[in-house]
Design a protein around this ligand. Structure first.
Ligand code: ZN
Length: 299
């Protein structure tokens, strides 16, 4: 029962407060045409994280998104945070050209190699297959192929799959694909479901046994914190406490405090106090931030 991090393998009991879906080094500016989406203020990130109460971060930047494993190693060394790296491919239009002509097994073998041997000629092994994603209201042909490659790698290795949904859409279609191919649902995290707060939708997803990502906490232009908290409470009341996980999905320089943003500690500083006031208990927060990630990540 161990977890691969940039500083080597750790026991799952070393995970304390854990964010399941973050970016510490990501560059989508080549597609988005916006330098803000090149999150490269490494020292700024270190300054924020070295005083953070967060002890472990799943870094879901993968191939084609500007992943830089040496930078992640440096951030981990400077902050003491366990950084759990990822592999796989994201979604249209961020997929590298070379995979368009490949079949899903060949793509899957790239993922397997990063899990079993290492990333970019290092011996640092990827742990999570993610974030693998779909577009808003549709799964494009290449996205389907990438999801199939993720499934192939999951079935070979047992490692967890973390998905991206665009504004929370296509979660049921992702789950149907996983079920059809006998993916272990207790190793699946469906991401960004807090961007689509709908009680019945969340319950249907939870009934599959997967984890539910309230992983864009602080992005209040889509759903307010208070709405997200009511939806977390609803899932808890319906018996799904063990499937809820939290993160912030920071992707831009302007998300850092020094550039006017909310910073990586928004969950601790703002969201949890609000959740406690709304009746979620300390024990439930502990379950969501510590115990659920341990169970989800252990392989
Ligand atoms: Zn995402």
């Amino acid at each position: 029962m161990s977890i691969s991090t940039v500083k080597g393998t750790i026991d799952k009991e070393e995970l304390k407060k854990t964010y399941v879906h973050e970016h510490l080094c990501i560059d989508l500016s080549h597609i988005k045409g916006d330098q803000d989406t090149n999150l490269n203020d490494i020292e700024g990130i270190i300054d924020e994280l070295k005083n953070s109460t967060v002890n472990s971060i799943v870094e879901v930047t993968n191939i084609g998104m500007g992943r830089n494993i040496e930078v992640l190693k440096y951030i981990s060394e400077k902050t003491g945070i366990n950084i759990i790296p990822s592999t796989g491919f994201y979604k249209e239009p961020f997929l590298p050209k070379e995979i368009y002509e490949m079949d899903y097994k060949d793509i899957g073998r790239i993922i397997i190699r990063e899990i079993t041997e290492g990333i970019d000629d290092t011996n640092i092994k990827a742990h999570v297959i993610g974030e693998v994603g779909t577009s808003k209201d549709e799964i494009k042909p290449m996205e389907l192929k990438v999801l199939q490659s993720a499934i192939y790698a999951h079935l070979e290795t047992g490692h967890p799959i973390f998905t991206h949904t665009s504004l929370g859409t296509m979660a049921l279609e992702q789950l149907n694909l996983f079920k059809k191919h006998n993916v272990n649902m207790s190793k699946v995290l469906i991401g960004h479901l807090d961007l689509r707060c709908d009680y019945d939708y969340h319950l249907t997803i939870a009934d599959s046994g997967c984890y539910i990502g309230f992983d864009t906490i602080g992005k209040t232009n889509y759903e307010k914190d208070e709405v997200k908290i009511q939806h977390i409470k609803h899932l808890i009341n319906r018996g799904h406490l063990n499937q809820i996980v939290l993160s912030q999905d920071i992707t831009r320089k302007s998300h850092l405090k020094k550039h006017g943003g909310i910073g990586y500690d928004y969950i601790t500083e703002s969201f949890i106090p609000k959740a406690l006031r709304e009746g979620i208990t300390e024990a439930q927060i502990e379950q969501i931030l510590v115990e659920n990630p341990k169970r989800l990540l252990e392989v």
